[in-house]
Design a protein around this ligand. Structure first.
Ligand code: NDP
Length: 338
């Protein structure tokens, strides 16, 4: 079984050199209650960087990844051996696997393993993104935390990414006015021409983010879906309307050690009665099937476009991961195993 491990704790932005391919034996015959899966698609997610730092630098100390260890990650796989009554050879499952070729696991709510309905007609990769954690994050974060009303003005950062591209499209379906930002012209064009955003801009070309947002939102922002942090968060807060909501999903610019930490103007938050609420995708686990039913219908009806960015082969995991921090992915980044 080949797997990807970190060579050492990662400092700053991740690079290919921080990783190595390792090998470990596979137990081909599962013990009672275990299931052996051949992994088909692996998810590549920004938050993993926080687990790769030294324990003292990590906010998720219980979850720190050690050099040489397997790296848990969501994914989709096919059951190739089972000693568990609920799973048969040939079942396709989605949940927490690892950046490796084969994963042996004991099904439990903690590993969120569930069977995928292969007859749904959706590509299996969707269960890593739009019909998996990204969809749950975008739907729960936007609708439950953002609490949109028709006509609300919505700003989405990292809008061309996995979560952001869905949030912007959900906002349009909810009758909102939505502007996204991304880091290249092609991404900005995609947001406007393919995904139906009302407007979009390249934040790397804006010397003054506060002024850029003022220009795009002359009447202020009602909902900011926050993926980036740092100056982006400060600029968005400065443009929020009274009773505005900030759905704090992620702060990718702050995951790298050099990233500037946001220092928002708290007087602004007080005077404008702004709500900032952080959340985890798994907060919405109880509504997973409800959300996926809705998103599945929208996808089938062509009301949302699914954008995926697929790399090939286990050895591409390190470059796929580093690409997130270089802004090189468009939509959901995943790795297809040969
Ligand atoms: P994306 O597909 O959005 O990929 C990351 C993107 O972030 C890049 O393509 C890049 O796009 C942008 N980016 C990278 N570095 C910077 C930077 N320094 N400043 C500004 N933008 C940057 O990833 P996901 O959709 O998976 O995740 C988006 C956010 O949501 C992340 O912050 C992630 O941690 C968070 N998240 C939170 C979850 C939760 O449960 N709370 C669950 C899943 C994700 P570009 O620069 O071109 O805009």
């Amino acid at each position: 079984n080949r797997y990807i491990a970190i060579r050492h704790h990662v400092e700053g932005s991740p690079s290919e050199d921080d990783f190595e391919v390792k090998t470990a034996p596979v137990r081909w015959t599962p013990e009672s209650g275990e299931v052996l899966v051949k992994n088909l698609y692996l998810s590549i997610d920004p938050y993993q960087l926080n687990r790769m730092k030294r324990q003292s630098a990590s906010h998720h100390s219980v979850d720190v990844i050690l050099p040489g260890e397997r790296i848990a990650s969501t994914g989709v796989g096919e059951v190739i051996a089972s000693a568990c009554a609920e799973y048969e050879v040939g079942d396709v499952v989605a949940g927490v696997l690892a950046w490796e070729e084969y994963t042996l696991f004991r099904p439990s709510p903690a590993v969120l393993m569930g069977k995928v309905d292969a007859s749904s007609g959706f590509p299996l990769s969707y269960h890593v993104g739009v019909l998996g954690t990204s969809g749950m994050t975008a739907y729960g974060g936007f609708f439950e935390v953002g609490k949109p009303k028709k006509g609300d003005k919505v700003f989405v950062s990292a809008a061309s990414g996995s979560v952001g591209s869905l949030v912007g499209q959900f906002a349009k379906l909810a009758g909102c006015y939505v502007v996204g930002c991304a880091g290249t012209k092609d991404k900005v064009d995609m947001l406007k021409d393919k995904l139906g955003f009302d407007d979009a801009f390249n934040y790397k070309e804006e010397p003054d983010l506060k002024a850029a947002l003022k220009k795009h939102f002359p009447d202020g922002i009602d909902i900011y879906f926050e993926n980036v942090g740092g100056e982006m968060l400060e600029a968005a807060l400065a443009n929020m309307n009274t009773y505005g909501r900030v759905a704090v999903c992620g702060v990718i610019s702050e995951y790298t050690d050099a990233g500037k930490r946001a220092s928002p103007d708290f007087l602004e938050i007080i005077y404008k009665r702004i709500t900032l609420r952080g959340f985890f995708a798994y907060d919405f686990m109880g509504k997973f099937h409800e959300y996926m039913g809705i998103i599945g219908d929208w996808t089938r009806e062509g009301k949302i476009q699914v954008v995926e960015d697929v790399s090939d082969g286990l050895e591409s995991v390190p470059s796929a991961f580093a690409a997130l921090y270089r802004g090189q992915n468009v939509g959901k980044k995943l790795v297809k195993l040969a």
